[in-house]
Design a protein around this ligand. Structure first.
Ligand code: CTP
Length: 405
């Protein structure tokens, strides 16, 4: 998550059992080269020691408004100047109440009031406290005040109860913080993304498919959401959790994917076709499971519709981005494919660099030339692709000249 490198973040830790997760969050921040300054409340110190957070963040931890270690005696000003954001994790019900009412009776609450940077709050509390009308009012107030809420999640709670109020896990919190910082390049634009493989039935249990986890497509959907777009994610079979804010449409076969895309496309500004669509389907699939015998089994295959070609050839097509995974001759095949499919932008990689893993590399091909994106986590790659796409889209869509390959 190199997107966060060198950002300065104030990490505020308040009193709740989830404070132990702040240790992992501080460690992850440092791992991602974030300059993190930890400030704790007195109550937080009952759950986790400053020594732990100091060791993990590599900096002294502060609690006291009148701490003599601050040269000018103005800790409440000092720690939020030049800071990219203040992140309160965990944020207890009590601390949220203070924030909602502008109470400033200790270092952390005073810092929040005196800050000149965005405030991100990760609530953590028992489900009854979360559902209490007082907390509901306070949360609404924070939203009105422009505070960004990270979570909470629902699930098993430290008290043994089940429900809403768990703090997001540290790795998810870090991803949400990275998302917060993405420039809102596609605010209000409608983006449709296809992802995953398609599956073409042979019989009741078997089928033809492509190797594809859906990770890149889901990351592209997430990255588009982060830039303020409305996202429709049309996904073939995949076990991945979709980004919650996306409109998810699940499909199985290529023809189902084509129908779903056709339904969505009139309301689409940008179409990104990441799906590994099966090129053929089986003519006359068997409704029952085919029983094996000693003979050779011949399947008759017919070509599937080309989804992205259907979109490109519409009268007023959206800005279209294609993907290509090749096993050899990447540059030659990708550039040929871009021209054959009349795409202003195509993202390509070698199959061995792409399938299944959490990291990948991509090469972008457009009318300006070739743009290599070195190996990074897929979400980072997806963010780079979305930035490139947004730049071309705002420039006027790029060319879709019909140059035969
Ligand atoms: N694509 C599509 N519909 C298909 C096949 C591919 O929309 N039936 C899209 C993919 O989502 C991708 C791009 O076209 O964005 C290129 O896919 P790829 O499978 O690499 O291209 P093909 O045209 O199928 O070429 P080949 O399999 O011969 O390499």
């Amino acid at each position: 998550m190199t997107d966060l490198a060198k950002k300065r973040i104030l990490l505020g830790v308040t009193g709740g059992i989830a404070a132990y997760k702040a240790a992992e969050l501080a460690r992850l921040m440092v791992q991602h080269a974030i300059d993190a300054q930890v400030v704790m409340t007195q109550a937080a110190r009952r759950f986790i020691t400053p020594v732990t957070l100091q060791a993990l963040s590599g900096k002294p931890v502060f609690t006291d408004l009148y701490d003599h270690r601050i040269d000018n005696g103005m800790a409440h000003i000092e720690f939020t100047r030049g800071v990219s954001a203040a992140v309160i994790a965990p944020a207890s019900a009590d601390f949220i109440a203070k924030l909602a009412h502008g109470v400033a009776d200790d270092l952390l609450s005073t810092l929040c009031l005196a800050r000149a940077c965005p405030l991100l709050v990760a609530p953590a509390m028992n489900r009854h406290m979360w559902e209490n009308p007082a907390t509901r009012r306070n949360i609404s107030q924070l939203k009105r005040d422009g505070v960004t809420l990270l979570g909470p999640a629902s699930g098993e709670q430290a008290c043994g109860e089940e429900g809403m109020g768990r703090m997001l896990e540290p790795d998810i919190l870090l991803a949400e913080i990275a998302a917060f910082f993405q420039p809102k390049l596609l605010l209000g634009r409608r983006v449709t993304v296809t992802a995953g493989p398609t599956f073409e039935a042979i019989d009741a249990v078997r089928g033809i498919t492509n190797r594809s986890s859906g990770k890149m497509g889901y990351a592209v959907a997430r990255a588009a959401l982060e830039t303020g777009a409305e996202v429709t994610l049309i996904s073939g079979p995949s076990c991945l959790a979709p980004p919650p804010a996306a409109k998810l449409i699940k499909v199985v076969s290529a023809s189902e994917m084509l129908n779903a895309v056709n339904d969505a496309i009139a309301d689409t500004d940008i179409f990104i076709s990441v799906a590994a669509v099966a090129d053929y389907y089986v003519l006359n699939p068997s409704e029952q499971k085919i029983k094996k015998d000693a003979h050779i089994l011949t399947l008759e295959l017919a070509p599937n519709p080309d989804v992205i070609a259907n979109v490109v050839n519409r009268p007023n097509p959206p800005f279209c981005v294609g993907f290509a995974a090749e096993s050899e001759n990447l540059f030659e095949f990708a550039e040929m494919k871009r021209h054959r499919k009349k795409l202003p932008l195509l993202a390509a990689n070698l199959i061995q660099d792409a399938v299944d893993g959490d990291e990948s590399e991509l090469t972008l091909f457009d009318d300006d030339g070739v743009h290599p994106l070195p190996r990074v986590p897929k979400i980072t790659l997806a963010r780079q692709l979305i930035q490139h796409t947004a730049a071309l889209y705002h420039r006027g869509g790029g060319s879709t000249e019909d140059t035969p390959a």
